[in-house]
Design a protein around this ligand. Sequence first.
Ligand code: ADP
Ligand code: ASP
Ligand code: MG
Length: 408
Amino acid sequence: MSLIVKKFGGSSVATPEKIMAVAKRVLAEKAADDKVVVVVSAMGDTTDELIALAKGVSDNPYGNAREMDRLLSTGEQVTIALLAMAFNKLGQQAISFTGLQAGFKASTAHTKGKILNINPKRVLTELEKGKIVVVAGFQGINADGDVVTLGRGGSDTSAVALAGALKADACEIFTDVDGIYSADPRIVKNAKKMKEITYNEMLELARLGAGVMQPRSVEMGKRYGIPIHVRSTFTETTGTFIREEYTVEEKEFIIRGVTHDDNVTKIAILGVPDQPGIAYKIFSALAKANIDVDMIVQSIRNSDQNVIDMVFTVTKTDLHQVKAIIDDIGKEMETLGVIVDDNVAKVSAVGAGMLGNPGIAANMFGALAKAGINIEVISTSEISISCLIQADKVTEAVNAIHQCFFKD
Ligand code: ADP
Ligand code: ASP
Ligand code: MG
């Protein structure tokens, strides 16, 4: 007997036929005494369509974050009901649960909720009765009793966290690719599929834009020691395992993957007074509003005027809020102005092997130079290098960097 959590993403459940196919596949893979929990996303592009609906009545729907959550959480609730019905049709008892019913407690921050804990009492009770439990991903309940969504791609995190809370034997993420590749296979034709990748490297790839897994889901896998198997809904092939250490791949990799993120906006605050406490003032105001700031660069002092420029990046979805905060700060500090540029994107190379391997950054910059692509901002971590470039150069940049590190 095994307890298995399986998660199916939006494209896997996009139509009633696909939902029926998912139900059939789950039953075909289930041993008679297995306990199975299925976590699902909203059907197809439903979440995008719900966001478009909200934009139809408000030019800043995320300013109404509580109501946005009410709206966005409905997508997954449609899928759970349909999938439970599909199981019933196939003669398998099943029951659907919202995030609340499955016991997901989340932090208060609307549209950016984090799972605080899960009390899966009802899930366990229904599994004991021999039912398949179908759970809505992407949602939890905050301390006020309101529904909170977990950020785009949040169903991955729901699934891995639930697998941790249930001490599941396996957690499988079914999607429209058959594993994790060395770059998004939609934009790099010769991207290489991995048999496995460590939590740390996958976390960095996900954080830097590899949309195949939400970063927090990888954190959850690491925290609970749950190996995550990312695989295709549409084929039987073994996918990629995300785990603590390499176990089957023989090669030591210097670069594991190349990724890109176009949900980026560059903000430059010009003529900021060069004095102690200024960075604190800007970034604590943004932190208080729950805004993630990524690349940060402070220019050297302009000695005539005793001012500096502060450049940083935020996600496009936070732009409305960021502008309001920066405008207030700008007035207070009497800065020279703000430049907002959302025609940018970030490309990154990730690999634990770059530690102690000098020259990786130079190779990456060389690949971009050869392709005639200008670098606007650079940032590094122990296992990654990122460059901010013009958005329309992304495909070219990712391919150039991939070609440099993954020669055929
Ligand atoms: P789901 O709806 O199943 O959650 P997503 O669209 O969120 O699916 O994630 C799957 C997509 O992630 C793939 O179609 C692929 O284009 C993209 N992707 C980005 N980077 C990678 C990568 N390194 N390996 C595999 N897929 C990737
Ligand atoms: N439906 C949500 C989204 O599109 C959550 C998910 O699919 O993981 O982001
Ligand atoms: Mg996803």
